[in-house]
Write a protein that binds this ligand. Structure first.
Ligand code: 5GP
Length: 181
């Protein structure tokens, strides 16, 4: 029989609060609205970690938006990048002649985002920009990676919450937390 007591979940300490995220997303939304006006964009969400960032930021945007999802896997259950990027779910629409923005949860080594950029460039978009909620400059391993719309620069530490998991846990946290060492 299920216990009547609520289960006790470990809640990582707050690193970036829900309010700070909300305010940052509002600012990023303003920037994107200013840059694109009423031009249609194709907004690509990388799965799965970017889902909350993507949906919250989309609510701020005023132009027509085509939503696309790109499934990627690079981490398994480790806290270190495997360096290997695999497409697990492909786009539905062509990108030919489209203004594309790719939405990424976090740029760590940068391998995933640079792989995705090359992958998308082959599909000949009219323009291609990047939005990322978090960026760890110290961990970056690739050159010439531009993040056009950036939320927060953070130190080289493993974070969870707001879509980001550790072994599928913590994705639903409304804030970014630091995992205990
Ligand atoms: P990169 O290829 O830039 O090293 O890593 C990109 C992907 O690794 C992100 O989309 C994310 O899924 C995962 N990742 C990188 N750093 C972190 C982190 O601090 N926490 C979590 N949960 N995932 C991370």
């Amino acid at each position: 029989m299920p216990s009547a007591q609520a289960p006790h979940y470990y809640e990582p300490p707050v690193f970036i609060s829900a309010l700070q995220i909300k305010e940052k997303i509002r600012v990023l939304g303003e920037q994107i609205n200013r840059d694109y006006g009423q031009q249609e964009i194709t907004a690509i969400c990388t799965l799965k970690g970017s889902v909350l960032f993507y949906t919250d930021l989309l609510k701020e945007l005023k132009m027509p938006i085509k939503c696309e999802f790109l499934g990627l896997s690079s981490y398994g259950n480790q806290t270190k990048s495997s360096g290997e990027v695999k497409v697990t779910l492909d786009l539905n629409e062509h990108l030919d002649g489209k203004h594309v923005i790719i939405f990424e949860d976090i740029v760590d080594s940068g391998l995933t985002l640079s792989y995705v950029l090359e992958y998308l460039k082959m599909r000949k978009p009219l323009s291609l920009k990047t939005a990322a909620l978090l960026f760890k400059p110290e961990a970056l391993q690739v050159k010439n990676l531009t993040i056009d719309y950036l939320g927060f620069k953070i130190e080289n530490e493993f974070v969870v919450g707001y879509g980001l998991d550790y072994a599928q846990k913590f994705r639903g946290l409304p804030y970014i937390g630091k995992l205990n060492p």
